[in-house]
Design a protein around this ligand. Structure first.
Ligand code: GLC
Length: 495
């Protein structure tokens, strides 16, 4: 299981109210105790923070708000010593407009790096095409300095890199090498499908003209680029991995991004993150994903319920704490690699952020609330955090939940331990079982090892199976086939 850390919100060690690398290092014991295999750190590079680090102005420097390179090396060393892998966030589609590459590119039409970004003349005073940007507005900004438009699929402060230029490819490979040489275990590649663009930059047709390109752009030119990226990782000793964010609508669209085992090692599948609290919808989406990914033996699934871009899943499910427990049980017992967003193990809700305190251009502040570590007034933080605390902060801090064996934190820990000791759970096949309405049930199997998972999404108790051949694997109660409302169990064969 990989654990996503949004460093600004994890823990502040120096009193400026923003989390930092020393804060992460101080809590590695929490991750080891929980049973995490590795962490993905959202961007820690030098950045003007227009998109809180997803606008990188120097790929090979740590932003001072997070610390310095010594802090990074210390964190990496201690994580490795404790058996934790470390993945960085690599942002290949765009840079900050303050990045020296863009500064040079925008300086003149003849600049050596002009074509590292997309510069175009307009159409009768209007932008070169009809593309929309994520966070709103059009995807082109006019630049008076050279009287042309430049492309940005996100903020104007995030100009898109032109991966058709060999200089971009070489330099971005160099960034990967810089960090691989320092010893990182891999990367989460931000909106990596977007690096493949139709060189003619055609208008979006029909209704697609109303939406931004992030969820629809799926151009074949991404694939040779991904193979080049993969060959950089493969040239290193040890296991180095890249998991890509590809925001396309169906699991079948993700499969090509694994290539023939020569593109991304893993691709996030957001189909459960986009699902509502409905057992039959989950069953259908998991089955659909299994069927799509099984078409390629290289396509290892990756499951996500929450991240720094979406309201936390407990919030999405209406705030019910029981639902968060059921969701945890399913997330950690599916086939593939689960990603856990920091704070899910505490069952956190999104913070209610007043309009005046909002800072994110994408209005994602709520899920980025600070993590409470203990029940003191500052919850372990040195300074007043940059965003408000989440609800229930006085009960849901890590130390209090750790002291309570019945807490969701202990449930996550037991599930991770169960996963580690069962071949069926970490590597076995997945098969949907017949179940009463409102219940999601499936079996995992590897050789003679088997597990069943029964998850009741409904509020009423149900009778699932009373054949007496199974005992509860996670939890201590007897299994008689009765499942309470909003409850889930992992079973193993009796005897
Ligand atoms: C990804 C990130 C998101 C960021 C965007 C632009 O979707 O997860 O946080 O704003 O890319 O880099």
């Amino acid at each position: 299981m990989l654990y996503q850390i949004y460093p600004r919100s994890f823990l502040d060690s120096d009193g400026d109210g923003v989390g930092d690398l020393e804060g992460v290092r101080a809590r590695l014991d929490h991750l080891r105790w929980l049973g995490v295999d590795g962490v993905w750190l959202s961007p820690i590079y030098r950045s003007p923070m227009a998109d809180f680090g997803y606008d990188v102005s120097d790929h090979c420097a740590i932003d001072p708000v997070f610390g310095d390179m010594e802090d990074f090396d210390r964190l990496l060393g201690e994580a490795h010593a404790g058996g934790l892998r470390v993945l960085l966030d690599w942002v290949p589609n765009h840079t900050s407009d303050r990045h020296p590459w863009f500064v040079e590119s925008r300086s003149s039409r003849e600049a050596a790096k002009r074509d590292w970004y997309f510069w175009r003349d307009g159409r009768d005073g209007k932008p070169p095409n009809n593309w929309r940007a994520a966070f709103g507005g059009r995807a082109w900004t006019w630049d008076d300095a050279t009287d042309q438009w430049y492309l940005h699929l996100f903020l104007p402060e995030q100009p898109d890199l032109n991966w058709a230029h060999p200089g971009v490819v070489e330099s971005m490979h160099g960034v990967l090498r810089f960090w691989l040489d320092r010893g990182v275990d891999g990367f989460r590649a931000d909106v990596v499908h977007l690096i493949g663009k139709d060189p003619t930059l055609p208008d979006q047709p029909g209704a697609l003209a109303e939406i931004d390109l992030v969820g629809v752009q799926d151009h074949p030119s991404a694939h040779p680029l991904l193979r080049g990226i993969r060959s950089v990782l493969d040239s290193y000793a040890g296991d180095r991995v890249m998991v890509g964010e590809v925001n396309l609508g169906t699991p079948a669209q993700l499969v090509p991004y694994y290539g023939a085992g020569d593109e991304l090692h893993m691709v996030f599948n957001f189909s459960l993150l986009w699902a509502s609290w409905d057992a039959s919808q989950w069953a259908q989406r998991i089955a659909e994903s299994e069927a799509a990914l099984a078409s390629s033996h290289d396509a290892w699934p990756v499951w996500v319920l929450s991240n720094h871009d979406t309201p936390r899943h407990r919030t999405r499910y209406g705030g019910d704490a029981g639902r968060a427990r059921v969701a945890a049980t399913v997330l950690l017992t599916l086939r593939g690699t689960p990603f856990l967003y920091a704070g899910e193990e505490l069952g956190l809700l999104d913070a209610d952020v007043p309009e005046a305190a909002r800072v994110d251009p994408g209005r994602r502040d709520g899920c980025r609330a600070p993590i409470p570590w203990d029940d003191t007034a500052g919850h372990g933080w040195r300074g007043e955090p940059w965003l408000p605390w989440p609800p229930e902060v006085d009960e849901r801090d890590a130390a209090s939940l750790r002291a309570d064996e019945g807490s969701i934190l202990h449930l996550y820990r037991r599930l991770l331990a169960a996963r580690r000791r069962s071949a069926a759970l970490h590597a076995g096949t997945w098969k949907l079982l017949d179940a009463p309405a409102g219940v999601l049930a499936y079996e995992r199997e590897a050789g003679s090892d088997k597990r069943q998972v029964w998850a009741n999404f409904g509020e009423e108790p149900v009778l699932c199976r009373a054949d007496g051949q199974w005992v509860v694997d996670v939890g201590s109660r007897e299994w008689d086939g009765r499942l309470g409302g909003t409850d889930a169990v992992v079973l193993r064969p009796a005897g």
